[in-house]
Design a protein around this ligand. Structure first.
Ligand code: FES
Length: 564
């Protein structure tokens, strides 16, 4: 591998004299104390995302050391490099706004620096999609290594884990069932180990989809963050990355229409996060592949939910791993998957699944013959309110609310929602539809996880736990309820959602996949008069965001970053 195209010879700085550029680079490398033997090796870059602002990446430094061991043992030179890191709860207005920034950083640092392959170490919700998007665009051999889930820990006779339990206890607090001291104690016991959220939230979903796509080593998606196997997976990723140098496969050979469809199917079988639809559309988009929401509906109708994980079930992602994990799930789905898809191991998915049936705990991962739910967890809705689609997580919703018409109770913005939702004067009944506007990708709030509108306090206190809620926002993968999300086009781009008014009638039919505003066109035209798009800052990243961001159905990626 010690030739003119690998290691430090790659991507030379342009001085108009390549021999000089190499001589200068090597002399600067000497200052890092590397031996000539190591300097001549092919290089595996390691995208390093530890940050004081990202609790979910607390274990990244240890993982990076394990990756380095694997690279060195296999004859490569491991070099870590920092990128943007996105800690879900540390970013304002919302982490999604910066996912594309992280993907640009990842792509360009992979492309500009002299690395022959890369291991991407990430975990928290937006980091894995950002890294996969960057790697898909840079297109050198790449392996995704996730940090792994937190463990749910015992607390007073039950187990607690971020973050479905966070919401359950917060709802009790809002309903007056828990006092201030009680919620303080819960706060201290929800997230107690290294790793990503413990349930089938966005981080767990994206870890599972990265493995399904073929971008992670087999069986690694759900290894708990604190398990020694997580370090062995890191070492193996380093070893494998060296083997991929010069041979591939590259992301362009792995992320294909068929592997994207496999990922959609696994998402549905998991009852995974609604956010994953956005991220998968963005990852696929980098390879010029469109995510078809009609196709998602067809797959949803033929794919049962096979796992019993929170927020739709009772178990945690670490339980899923112990129950057989991704190998058991993929095995169960194998005759519905495209088995000719290539993976980072150099084997196809079919070759991976060609051995005997793996051990499985049927309490957590069911057979297709006895699923938890006969149909997939997510559906796309269409209609005049969402001509480019909206998403409902039916597996986490109350089916009694699926076929109905309701009166709109409208909140014009997140600020309006915060100001009025708990007002005793709010005109609202349990049969109404709560509507939130201006929380989509084209709004300055950047499509936050605000679609899980709280039940108005005066209804929560009477025991109401679910209502139909509609918005252009997202919802945390750890949340639940009859929540219509990702309405596209969004209100801030002039979609019909912007023109819903208090008292309008809306019809929801999950059976027919429809969501309709029952207001005539002449009235809508009147409401459109004088409408203005929201203002963004005149400079900086937010200006770029405002100019380039796409709708939810195109992954909220930037127009100029999508592949052709
Ligand atoms: Fe990082 Fe949930 S906050 S995975």
């Amino acid at each position: 591998m010690n030739d003119k195209t690998h290691g430090y010879r790659r991507n030379l700085t342009n001085y108009g004299d390549s021999a000089f550029a190499l001589y200068l680079r090597r002399s600067f490398v000497q200052s890092m104390g590397l031996s000539r033997t190591l300097m001549d090796r092919p290089i595996v870059g390691i995208a390093q995302t530890a940050s004081g602002f990202n609790n979910c990446h607390r274990s990244v430094p240890e993982l990076v050391e394990a990756v380095k061991r694997g690279v060195l043992a296999a004859g490569g030179l491991p070099l870590e490099f920092p990128t943007v890191s996105l800690g879900e709860v540390f970013l304002n207005p919302t982490s999604l706004m910066f996912r594309n920034l992280m993907s640009i950083d990842t792509e360009e640092m992979i492309r500009a620096q002299p690395m022959d392959a890369v291991v991407l170490v990430g975990g928290c919700d937006k980091t894995v999609p950002a890294q996969l998007m960057g790697a898909a665009s840079a297109d050198i051999p790449a392996i995704q290594l996730v940090t792994g889930p937190m463990l749910a820990m015992p607390f007073r006779g039950e187990r607690l884990g971020a973050c479905t339990d966070c919401r359950r206890f917060w709802a009790k607090f809002r309903a007056g069932e828990i006092d201030d001291a009680g919620i303080d104690e819960i706060e201290a016991n929800l997230a107690t180990t290294a790793g990503t959220c413990a349930v089938m939230g966005t981080a767990s979903t994206m870890a599972a989809l990265a493995e399904t796509l073929g971008m992670s080593l087999p069986g690694t998606a759900a290894i708990p963050a604190v398990h020694a196997d997580r370090l062995r997976a890191a070492e193996a990723a380093g070893t494998r990355a060296v083997a991929m140098i010069g041979k591939g496969p590259k992301p362009s050979e792995i992320i294909t229409p068929k592997s994207v469809e496999n990922a959609m199917r696994v998402l549905l079988a998991l009852g995974g996060s609604t956010n994953a639809v956005v991220h998968l559309a963005a990852i696929a988009g980098r390879r010029g592949i469109a995510l078809d929401l009609d196709r998602l509906n067809r797959i949803s109708d033929e794919t049962p939910v096979l796992v019993d994980l929170k927020p739709t079930g009772v178990n945690y992602f670490a339980d899923f791993h112990a129950a057989g994990g991704m190998s058991a799930l993929l095995w169960e789905l194998r005759d519905q998957l495209h088995l000719d898809c290539m993976t980072v191991t150099g084997e196809t998915l079919g070759e991976r699944l060609s051995g005997p049936a793996p051990w499985v705990d049927r309490a957590v991962i069911r057979s297709r013959a006895e699923p938890f739910d006969p149909v997939g967890g997510l559906v796309a809705l269409f209609g005049n309110l969402a001509p480019k689609g909206a998403i409902l997580k039916r597996s986490a919703a109350d089916s009694r609310l699926f076929e109905r018409e309701g009166r709109a109770v409208v909140f014009e913005s997140l600020e309006d929602l915060a100001a009025r939702i708990d007002s005793p004067d709010l005109d609202v009944t349990p049969d109404d539809f709560l509507v939130l506007q201006n929380a989509g990708p084209c709004s300055p709030s950047g499509m936050p996880e605000a679609g899980y509108l709280p039940i108005p306090k005066k209804l929560a206190r009477t025991g109401i736990k679910d209502m139909v809620r509609i918005s252009d926002a997202r919802m945390s993968g750890t949340a639940y309820g009859t929540v219509v999300l990702h309405v596209a086009p969004d209100a801030a781009s002039g979609g019909l959602l912007a023109f819903v008014r208090n008292g309008d009638r809306i019809r929801l039919s999950v059976k027919d996949r429809r969501i309709e505003l029952l207001v005539d066109d002449a009235e809508i035209a009147k409401r459109r008069e004088g409408w203005k798009a929201p203002e963004f800052p005149a400079r900086g990243y937010r200006r770029l965001y405002a100019d380039q961001v796409l709708q939810a159905d195109e992954g909220v990626d930037f127009r100029f970053l999508r592949g052709v």
